[in-house]
Design a protein around this ligand. Structure first.
Ligand SMILES: CCCCCCCCCCC/C=C/C(=O)SCCNC(=O)CCNC(=O)[C@H](O)C(C)(C)COP(=O)(O)OP(=O)(O)OC[C@H]1O[C@@H](n2cnc3c(N)ncnc32)[C@H](O)[C@@H]1OP(=O)(O)O
Ligand SMILES: NC(=O)C1=CN([C@@H]2O[C@H](COP(=O)(O)OP(=O)(O)OC[C@H]3O[C@@H](n4cnc5c(N)ncnc54)[C@H](OP(=O)(O)O)[C@@H]3O)[C@@H](O)[C@H]2O)C=CC1
Length: 301
């Protein structure tokens, strides 16, 4: 019997390089937007304690928004709140929440609503997965990835929409998915979940239009963040080769796309998917668990 290939990283391993933008970058990086673009808007960003969510929170605050973030790890949330306060003088709202628990999600939407008097945009960014050949997924592993990325996003969408319907207020949902147009070997669980979110979003863009709720998705390709710690170094060394531009994006690329979708400039965009991947949808493939011989040039046909 072949043993399943597993990479279970120690996320606190001090020998691995730190990845992603620094907090100084997030405080200082230039933005194309005017400083009051999101004045008076409230954004709730899931997974805002790291990576793209943290960058989006920073940028939204810098553009004048009220921001709330959630995640499972309170230390990450507190650190983000404190550094944003230090760099911008503005206090964001944090609440420890797993998006996998619908009751916790209901509480979160209620608290953010009470804190800021409403929510304009929900950014469903929380998510993740582990690299593995699908044939070796455990049942628990499959369920964990589907529950986080599909169910968790759905609970957020439904609770926010119910609140907007009750209040008679417009709503805006931005779902961070992934570039799954050609599938993604060794990431079948997340592909299934993200494809589910994309078509959920397209469907509800019509169904919820009478409530004045818009829904769009952003599909990032390889974006260098703290989340890279989930992958082995030998795979990371090849990640940038998986698109025609042969580069990695950064969290600011995604944060600026989120700011665009949160702004009035996107008022007529609904049910769309923005792919932000340097062309990976056209060319390039990542094998985060190692490429099987079959796909090597000269491998078995
Ligand atoms: C998947 C490969 C992607 C391809 C790489 C291409 C890169 C470019 C394209 C970009 C794709 C996306 C990249 C990113 O998303 S980077 C950001 C990554 N960040 C995260 O993933 C953070 C959040 N992730 C998690 O919290 C977890 O991964 C998870 C989603 C699984 C939820 O975790 P939870 O805490 O609920 O679950 P557990 O850790 O307790 O695990 C539950 C069971 O899941 C199985 N499991 C978990 N980890 C692994 C592993 N490394 N390998 C194999 N199986 C795993 C296992 O059955 C767990 O149960 P047990 O603990 O009882 O064994
Ligand atoms: N980086 C990349 O190349 C790509 C990333 N993505 C997706 O983009 C999103 C952001 O990723 P990125 O910034 O790179 O990685 P990170 O790992 O930094 O961000 C993921 C965030 O999700 C939060 N999270 C995970 N599970 C839950 C949960 N059950 N409830 C609440 N929060 C949760 C984590 O917070 P905490 O630990 O506190 O729970 C963390 O802050 C993810 O959905 C990711 O899968 C998609 C394509 C490419």
């Amino acid at each position: 019997m072949t043993a399943p290939k597993i990479f279970r990283p120690d996320l606190n391993d001090p020998t691995r390089p730190k990845r992603g933008l620094t907090e100084q970058d997030l405080a200082e990086k230039a933005t194309v937007y005017r400083p009051d673009l999101l004045d008076g808007q409230t954004l709730l960003i899931t997974g805002g304690g790291s990576g793209m969510g943290k960058a989006a929170a920073f940028l939204a605050v810098r553009l004048g928004a009220n921001v709330a973030i959630c995640g499972r790890d309170v230390e990450k949330l507190e650190r983000t709140r404190d550094v944003i306060a230090k760099e911008t003088g503005k206090e964001i709202f944090i609440q420890t929440t797993t998006i996998r628990d619908p009751e916790a999600v209901e509480e979160l939407i209620g608290s953010v609503h009470d804190k800021f008097g409403g929510i304009n945009t929900v950014v469903n960014n929380a998510g993740g997965q582990f690299p593995q050949d699908a044939i070796d997924f455990t049942r628990k592993g499959w369920l964990a990835v589907i529950d986080t990325n599909l169910n968790g996003t759905w609970w957020m969408m439904q609770e926010a929409a119910k609140r907007w319907r009750t209040d008679g207020k417009p709503g805006n949902i931005i779902n961070i998915v992934a570039n799954v147009e050609r599938g993604m070997p060794q990431a079948a669980h997340t592909c299934a979940a993200r494809a589910g979110v994309i078509y959920l979003s397209k469907t509800l863009a019509t169904e919820w239009a009478p409530f004045n709720i818009r829904i769009n998705c952003i599909g990032p390709g390889v974006i260098e963040t703290e989340g890279f710690a989930m992958y082995p170094e030998e795979a990371l060394a090849r990640f940038h080769q998986a698109n025609p531009m042969k580069m990695r994006g950064d969290a600011w690329d995604v944060a600026e796309a989120i700011a665009y979708f949160a702004s009035p400039a996107a008022r007529f965009i609904n049910g769309d998917l923005m792919i932000l991947d340097g062309g990976q949808a056209q060319w390039g493939v990542i094998w985060p668990g190692g490429m099987p011989d079959y796909f090597n040039e000269g491998g078995a046909a």
